[in-house]
Write a protein of this length. Structure first.
Length: 274
Protein backbone atom coordinates (compact mmCIF):
# COMPACT_ATOMS: atom_id res chain seq x y z
CA UNK A 1 0.00 0.00 0.00
CA UNK A 2 2.84 2.40 0.78
CA UNK A 3 4.51 1.73 -2.56
CA UNK A 4 1.18 2.09 -4.34
CA UNK A 5 0.61 5.46 -2.65
CA UNK A 6 4.11 6.68 -3.49
CA UNK A 7 3.87 5.46 -7.09
CA UNK A 8 0.44 7.00 -7.67
CA UNK A 9 1.52 10.28 -6.07
CA UNK A 10 4.62 10.54 -8.25
CA UNK A 11 2.55 9.77 -11.34
CA UNK A 12 0.11 12.53 -10.40
CA UNK A 13 2.92 15.10 -10.34
CA UNK A 14 3.87 14.48 -13.96
CA UNK A 15 0.75 13.01 -15.57
CA UNK A 16 -1.61 15.84 -14.55
CA UNK A 17 0.31 18.60 -16.41
CA UNK A 18 0.54 16.35 -19.47
CA UNK A 19 -3.23 15.83 -19.28
CA UNK A 20 -3.83 19.58 -19.16
CA UNK A 21 -1.93 20.16 -22.38
CA UNK A 22 -3.66 17.18 -24.00
CA UNK A 23 -6.95 18.83 -23.06
CA UNK A 24 -6.01 22.29 -24.35
CA UNK A 25 -4.67 20.79 -27.58
CA UNK A 26 -7.91 18.80 -27.98
CA UNK A 27 -5.95 15.57 -27.85
CA UNK A 28 -7.63 13.90 -24.87
CA UNK A 29 -8.84 10.94 -26.91
CA UNK A 30 -5.51 10.89 -28.73
CA UNK A 31 -3.89 10.31 -25.34
CA UNK A 32 -6.10 7.26 -24.88
CA UNK A 33 -5.10 6.01 -28.32
CA UNK A 34 -1.41 6.45 -27.52
CA UNK A 35 -1.91 4.53 -24.27
CA UNK A 36 -3.12 1.52 -26.26
CA UNK A 37 -0.29 2.02 -28.76
CA UNK A 38 2.14 1.20 -25.96
CA UNK A 39 0.78 -2.36 -25.76
CA UNK A 40 2.60 -4.12 -28.65
CA UNK A 41 5.99 -2.84 -27.49
CA UNK A 42 5.28 -3.91 -23.92
CA UNK A 43 4.09 -7.27 -25.24
CA UNK A 44 7.33 -7.68 -27.22
CA UNK A 45 9.32 -7.00 -24.06
CA UNK A 46 7.13 -9.54 -22.26
CA UNK A 47 7.89 -12.17 -24.89
CA UNK A 48 11.62 -11.59 -24.49
CA UNK A 49 11.93 -11.43 -20.70
CA UNK A 50 8.54 -11.96 -19.07
CA UNK A 51 7.26 -9.26 -16.72
CA UNK A 52 10.67 -7.60 -16.28
CA UNK A 53 10.26 -3.84 -16.05
CA UNK A 54 13.05 -2.52 -18.28
CA UNK A 55 12.33 -4.51 -21.49
CA UNK A 56 8.59 -3.84 -21.26
CA UNK A 57 9.22 -0.16 -20.60
CA UNK A 58 11.65 0.30 -23.48
CA UNK A 59 9.40 -1.66 -25.84
CA UNK A 60 6.31 0.28 -24.81
CA UNK A 61 8.07 3.63 -25.17
CA UNK A 62 9.37 2.75 -28.64
CA UNK A 63 5.96 1.50 -29.82
CA UNK A 64 4.07 4.50 -28.47
CA UNK A 65 6.51 6.98 -29.97
CA UNK A 66 6.44 5.24 -33.36
CA UNK A 67 2.64 5.34 -33.45
CA UNK A 68 2.55 9.01 -32.42
CA UNK A 69 5.08 9.96 -35.12
CA UNK A 70 3.43 7.83 -37.81
CA UNK A 71 -0.01 9.29 -37.12
CA UNK A 72 1.44 12.79 -37.36
CA UNK A 73 3.14 11.98 -40.67
CA UNK A 74 -0.05 10.46 -42.08
CA UNK A 75 -2.03 13.60 -41.20
CA UNK A 76 0.57 15.83 -42.87
CA UNK A 77 1.20 13.75 -45.99
CA UNK A 78 -2.35 12.56 -46.73
CA UNK A 79 -5.91 13.87 -46.53
CA UNK A 80 -6.58 11.93 -43.32
CA UNK A 81 -6.73 13.87 -40.06
CA UNK A 82 -4.52 12.99 -37.09
CA UNK A 83 -7.39 11.72 -34.93
CA UNK A 84 -8.43 9.26 -37.64
CA UNK A 85 -4.91 7.95 -38.16
CA UNK A 86 -4.43 7.62 -34.39
CA UNK A 87 -7.65 5.61 -34.14
CA UNK A 88 -6.48 3.28 -36.91
CA UNK A 89 -3.04 2.74 -35.37
CA UNK A 90 -4.61 2.33 -31.92
CA UNK A 91 -6.82 -0.53 -33.08
CA UNK A 92 -3.92 -2.23 -34.87
CA UNK A 93 -1.67 -1.82 -31.82
CA UNK A 94 -4.25 -3.12 -29.36
CA UNK A 95 -4.96 -6.22 -31.43
CA UNK A 96 -1.27 -6.89 -32.06
CA UNK A 97 -0.37 -6.47 -28.39
CA UNK A 98 -3.08 -8.87 -27.19
CA UNK A 99 -2.03 -11.38 -29.86
CA UNK A 100 1.64 -11.22 -28.82
CA UNK A 101 0.85 -11.73 -25.14
CA UNK A 102 -1.45 -14.65 -25.93
CA UNK A 103 1.42 -16.42 -27.76
CA UNK A 104 3.29 -17.00 -24.53
CA UNK A 105 1.38 -15.64 -21.56
CA UNK A 106 -1.81 -16.51 -19.72
CA UNK A 107 -5.00 -14.58 -19.05
CA UNK A 108 -3.42 -13.39 -15.79
CA UNK A 109 -0.49 -11.86 -17.70
CA UNK A 110 -2.88 -10.17 -20.12
CA UNK A 111 -4.91 -8.68 -17.27
CA UNK A 112 -1.68 -7.50 -15.61
CA UNK A 113 -0.59 -5.62 -18.73
CA UNK A 114 -4.04 -4.22 -19.58
CA UNK A 115 -5.16 -3.18 -16.10
CA UNK A 116 -1.94 -2.96 -14.09
CA UNK A 117 -1.21 -4.06 -10.54
CA UNK A 118 -0.59 -0.95 -8.49
CA UNK A 119 -0.23 -2.99 -5.28
CA UNK A 120 2.59 -4.99 -6.89
CA UNK A 121 4.86 -2.00 -7.48
CA UNK A 122 8.40 -2.75 -6.33
CA UNK A 123 11.41 -0.51 -5.80
CA UNK A 124 12.51 -0.80 -9.44
CA UNK A 125 9.08 0.32 -10.64
CA UNK A 126 9.11 3.27 -8.24
CA UNK A 127 12.55 4.31 -9.48
CA UNK A 128 11.29 4.13 -13.07
CA UNK A 129 8.21 6.23 -12.25
CA UNK A 130 10.40 8.73 -10.41
CA UNK A 131 12.71 9.07 -13.43
CA UNK A 132 9.71 9.55 -15.71
CA UNK A 133 8.29 12.27 -13.46
CA UNK A 134 11.65 14.06 -13.20
CA UNK A 135 12.24 14.03 -16.97
CA UNK A 136 8.66 15.18 -17.58
CA UNK A 137 8.77 18.13 -15.20
CA UNK A 138 12.17 19.26 -16.48
CA UNK A 139 11.02 18.84 -20.09
CA UNK A 140 7.80 20.81 -19.57
CA UNK A 141 9.72 23.59 -17.83
CA UNK A 142 12.17 23.73 -20.73
CA UNK A 143 9.48 24.18 -23.41
CA UNK A 144 6.79 25.83 -21.27
CA UNK A 145 6.38 29.06 -23.24
CA UNK A 146 6.32 27.60 -26.77
CA UNK A 147 4.16 24.71 -25.54
CA UNK A 148 1.60 27.08 -24.02
CA UNK A 149 1.59 29.25 -27.15
CA UNK A 150 1.29 26.22 -29.44
CA UNK A 151 -1.60 24.87 -27.34
CA UNK A 152 -3.59 28.12 -27.12
CA UNK A 153 -2.70 30.00 -30.32
CA UNK A 154 -0.62 27.87 -32.74
CA UNK A 155 -1.07 30.29 -35.65
CA UNK A 156 0.47 33.14 -33.66
CA UNK A 157 3.41 30.94 -32.65
CA UNK A 158 4.02 29.90 -36.26
CA UNK A 159 4.05 33.56 -37.29
CA UNK A 160 6.76 34.55 -34.79
CA UNK A 161 8.77 31.36 -34.23
CA UNK A 162 9.52 27.89 -35.54
CA UNK A 163 9.70 26.31 -32.11
CA UNK A 164 6.14 24.94 -32.27
CA UNK A 165 7.08 21.70 -34.05
CA UNK A 166 9.93 21.07 -31.61
CA UNK A 167 7.67 21.72 -28.63
CA UNK A 168 5.02 19.41 -30.10
CA UNK A 169 7.53 16.60 -30.61
CA UNK A 170 8.92 16.98 -27.08
CA UNK A 171 5.38 17.02 -25.70
CA UNK A 172 4.44 13.82 -27.54
CA UNK A 173 7.61 12.15 -26.25
CA UNK A 174 6.78 13.17 -22.66
CA UNK A 175 3.18 11.99 -23.06
CA UNK A 176 4.30 8.56 -24.26
CA UNK A 177 6.89 8.42 -21.47
CA UNK A 178 4.18 9.06 -18.86
CA UNK A 179 1.89 6.47 -20.40
CA UNK A 180 4.71 3.93 -20.20
CA UNK A 181 5.36 4.83 -16.57
CA UNK A 182 1.64 4.75 -15.82
CA UNK A 183 1.03 1.32 -17.31
CA UNK A 184 3.30 -0.22 -14.67
CA UNK A 185 0.73 0.79 -12.08
CA UNK A 186 -2.58 1.20 -13.90
CA UNK A 187 -2.14 -0.83 -17.09
CA UNK A 188 -2.39 0.35 -20.67
CA UNK A 189 -6.18 0.72 -20.50
CA UNK A 190 -6.28 3.06 -17.48
CA UNK A 191 -2.92 4.85 -17.42
CA UNK A 192 -4.44 7.79 -19.29
CA UNK A 193 -7.10 8.17 -16.58
CA UNK A 194 -4.71 9.83 -14.14
CA UNK A 195 -3.84 12.29 -16.90
CA UNK A 196 -7.23 13.35 -18.20
CA UNK A 197 -9.66 13.16 -15.27
CA UNK A 198 -7.77 15.44 -12.81
CA UNK A 199 -7.08 17.92 -15.62
CA UNK A 200 -10.71 17.94 -16.74
CA UNK A 201 -11.93 18.39 -13.16
CA UNK A 202 -9.54 21.26 -12.45
CA UNK A 203 -10.78 23.09 -15.55
CA UNK A 204 -14.13 23.73 -13.79
CA UNK A 205 -12.48 25.49 -10.82
CA UNK A 206 -9.60 27.59 -12.11
CA UNK A 207 -9.02 30.01 -14.98
CA UNK A 208 -5.24 30.40 -15.13
CA UNK A 209 -3.07 27.64 -16.57
CA UNK A 210 -0.92 27.57 -13.44
CA UNK A 211 -4.01 27.26 -11.23
CA UNK A 212 -5.37 24.41 -13.36
CA UNK A 213 -2.00 22.62 -13.12
CA UNK A 214 -1.91 22.94 -9.34
CA UNK A 215 -5.49 21.76 -8.89
CA UNK A 216 -5.00 18.86 -11.28
CA UNK A 217 -1.97 17.64 -9.34
CA UNK A 218 -3.83 17.92 -6.03
CA UNK A 219 -6.80 16.05 -7.53
CA UNK A 220 -4.50 13.27 -8.70
CA UNK A 221 -2.88 12.99 -5.27
CA UNK A 222 -6.24 12.87 -3.47
CA UNK A 223 -7.64 10.39 -5.98
CA UNK A 224 -4.69 8.07 -5.39
CA UNK A 225 -5.02 8.30 -1.60
CA UNK A 226 -8.78 7.84 -1.35
CA UNK A 227 -8.83 5.28 -4.17
CA UNK A 228 -6.39 3.10 -2.25
CA UNK A 229 -8.44 3.52 0.93
CA UNK A 230 -11.58 2.53 -0.95
CA UNK A 231 -9.92 -0.57 -2.39
CA UNK A 232 -8.55 -1.57 1.02
CA UNK A 233 -11.83 -1.33 2.95
CA UNK A 234 -14.08 -2.68 0.19
CA UNK A 235 -11.66 -5.33 -1.05
CA UNK A 236 -11.85 -4.21 -4.68
CA UNK A 237 -9.20 -3.59 -7.35
CA UNK A 238 -6.94 -0.66 -6.51
CA UNK A 239 -6.23 0.75 -9.99
CA UNK A 240 -9.89 1.08 -11.03
CA UNK A 241 -10.70 2.49 -7.58
CA UNK A 242 -8.20 5.32 -8.09
CA UNK A 243 -9.66 6.15 -11.50
CA UNK A 244 -13.24 5.95 -10.18
CA UNK A 245 -12.44 8.41 -7.39
CA UNK A 246 -10.92 10.75 -9.97
CA UNK A 247 -14.07 10.27 -12.05
CA UNK A 248 -16.26 11.14 -9.06
CA UNK A 249 -14.25 14.34 -8.53
CA UNK A 250 -14.78 15.17 -12.21
CA UNK A 251 -18.57 14.70 -11.95
CA UNK A 252 -18.72 16.85 -8.79
CA UNK A 253 -16.62 19.54 -10.48
CA UNK A 254 -18.78 19.38 -13.59
CA UNK A 255 -21.87 20.12 -11.52
CA UNK A 256 -20.65 22.25 -8.60
CA UNK A 257 -17.44 23.87 -9.85
CA UNK A 258 -17.19 27.63 -10.08
CA UNK A 259 -17.24 27.18 -13.85
CA UNK A 260 -19.48 24.11 -13.79
CA UNK A 261 -23.00 23.48 -15.03
CA UNK A 262 -24.89 24.81 -12.00
CA UNK A 263 -22.84 28.01 -11.68
CA UNK A 264 -23.06 28.67 -15.42
CA UNK A 265 -26.81 28.14 -15.30
CA UNK A 266 -27.19 30.54 -12.38
CA UNK A 267 -25.10 33.21 -14.08
CA UNK A 268 -27.13 32.85 -17.25
CA UNK A 269 -30.38 33.19 -15.28
CA UNK A 270 -29.16 36.30 -13.46
CA UNK A 271 -28.04 37.83 -16.75
CA UNK A 272 -31.44 37.32 -18.37
CA UNK A 273 -33.20 38.64 -15.27
CA UNK A 274 -31.03 41.76 -15.19
Amino acid sequence: MRRALVGGSILSLSAAPIGIFLMFRRMSLAGDAMAHAVLPGAAAGFLISGLAILPMTLGGFAAGLIVAILSGLVSRLTIQREDSSLAAFYLISLALGVLLISLRGSNVDLVHVLFGTVLALDNDALILIGIVATVTLVGIAAVWRPLVADSLDPQFLRSVSRSGNVAHLIFLTLAVLNLVGGFQALGTLMSVGLMILPAAAARFWARSLEGICGLAIVTGLLSTYFGLLLSYYLGVASGPSIILVAGAVYVISLLAGTRGAISSRLRSTRHRTA
